[in-house]
Design a binder for this molecule. Structure first.
Ligand code: MN
Ligand code: MN
Length: 458
């Protein structure tokens, strides 16, 4: 007799044969390489474009495989299908940005013999997690003449790293009584850049702020820049080092920026691996999701719209834009919260995502009464369930925590605004928004398979 009650499925169980395990492992290895080098929105787009080009995609829409980027931070890629654009696209979105510490435009200070960089944090982060850990600096400095210099410091073997010193417990008695919000001030998130003072030139006085002067000398030697060049720079402090497997069994991937590069990577792999898709398959990778999706490279901009219009005028100029949009099916690829083993009280266990149980769908996001949510239509969910179940891919349906505990938003509503069907779908993480986020190896595999099934479905 058919089992009537719903069953939870484990990716470990479903992909337990040798072929399943090795495919899962190969994808996780590739993902970790990607994660280790794509630590900013620009690096993510550059790494994605490299993969697209290797697969025969070219800038623009002259051929059947094209892509367009904006400021190297947002990226649209499309693979022409057999059906008319009038029947809509298959679209997966994801975001290229992650929470981090941005250097201020006047970052350099010197206090008590220590040279530091002042930061302004980007996105929702728990400030205490950024103290006392090795940091690297990634970004770009643009000189007044327009020359853009990519910066990457603190990642090379044997290269020095940077850090924010935390207060010793001996002198932190008063802080222990403060609330978490009060105990960690944003203006104390100052990154140590140096300690050696510049020497006085023969017959001259030592420079004022000699440590800062030495830091400027070193930056000038390496990049040919001066302090004013930092005004037109975007330098991001991110955790130093590579992504690593976690656990004796290597069952977990640990690394920075998995929200949302896990969806970028798996959606991209799915787009490249999809077998002769019937519908035109697209990915849109937006920037600025972590700070509200504003800005020219964010989801509330017109970039996506312009890309689809350009694609349609190259491939099928007679088809109206609104018709393409109204018939499109989309997945908003973003990460979900996995039930935290030590904070189970924050989750409602019947409607939560579990590590290892496959890609997580979220019918609605938002907070406190679904406020600000895209609420996916049941007809669409029914179709999607059918697509995944037909291939035996593990998936789960979940909400982000207990109803009144918190919540969050994604870019789904920006896609829904065009009239297309859209639902959130992505792997669930532990330690989301922390400097070392965790994902489950079978969930990465499940996400890639689910995205590919979505592109390939008739
Ligand atoms: Mn996200
Ligand atoms: Mn996020």
């Amino acid at each position: 007799m058919k089992e009537l009650a719903s069953q939870k499925r484990s990716g470990w169980e479903i992909y337990k044969d040798e072929a399943g395990r090795s495919a899962m492992r190969a994808l996780a290895d590739g993902y970790m390489n990607f994660l280790s080098r794509a630590k900013t929105e620009r690096e993510t787009v550059a790494a994605a474009m490299e993969q697209l080009e290797a697969a025969g995609f070219r800038a623009g829409f002259e051929g059947g495989r094209g892509f367009v980027h904006l400021h190297g931070k947002a990226l649209f890629a499309a693979r022409r299908g057999r059906r008319s654009l009038a029947e809509g696209l298959r679209l997966i979105s994801a975001h290229t940005d992650s929470p981090r510490l941005d250097l201020k435009q006047h970052p350099l200070i010197e206090q008590v013999g220590v040279g530091q960089a002042k930061t302004h944090y980007y996105g929702g982060l728990r400030k205490y997690q950024w103290f006392a850990r090795p940091l690297a600096l990634h970004g770009v400095v643009v000189k007044a003449g327009g020359e853009a210099l990519p910066i990457c410091l603190g990642e090379g073997q044997g290269e020095p790293v940077f850090t924010i010193a935390d207060l010793l417990p001996h002198l932190a008695h008063d802080d222990a009584k403060k609330t978490l919000a009060d105990a960690f001030e944003a203006e104390k998130l100052n990154i140590i850049l140096g300690h050696e003072p510049a020497l006085a030139e023969e017959g001259q006085e030592a420079p004022k702020e000699a440590v800062k002067a030495r830091i400027l000398e070193l930056l000038h030697e390496r990049y040919g820049i001066c302090e004013d060049d930092l005004i037109s720079a975007e330098i991001e402090a991110v955790p130093a080092g590579e992504a690593r497997y976690v656990g004796l069994d290597r069952g977990i991937v640990g690394g920075y920026g998995q929200d949302d590069r896990i969806c970028v990577y798996t959606a991209l792999r799915a787009l490249l691996d999809a077998d002769d898709p019937e519908y035109t398959s697209c990915v849109i990778f937006w920037d600025k999701e972590e700070i509200g999706s504003e800005g020219s490279t964010g989801a509330s901009s017109r970039f996506f719209e312009y890309c689809v219009q350009d694609m349609a005028s190259a491939w099928e100029p007679q088809t109206p834009f609104r018709r393409i949009m109204m018939h499109t099916k989309a997945l908003s690829g973003d990460v979900h919260a996995a039930v935290d083993p030590d904070w189970q009280d924050r989750h409602e266990m019947k409607n939560s995502a579990f590590f290892g149980s496959g890609i997580a769908f979220c019918k609605f996001t938002g907070s406190r009464g679904k406020y600000g949510a895209n609420d996916a239509h049941p007809e669409y969910l029914g179709w999607l369930r059918g697509v995944l179940d037909a291939r035996g891919i593990p998936w789960q349906m979940a909400e982000l925590g207990k109803v009144d505990v918190g919540g969050g938003g994604t870019v789904a509503l920006f896609l829904a605004a065009y009239g297309m069907d859209v639902v959130d779908a992505g792997p669930a993480l532990l330690g989301m928004h922390s400097p070392f986020e965790l994902s489950s190896v079978p969930d990465i595999w499940s996400a890639k398979l689910a995205y590919q099934a979505f592109f390939e479905a008739g």
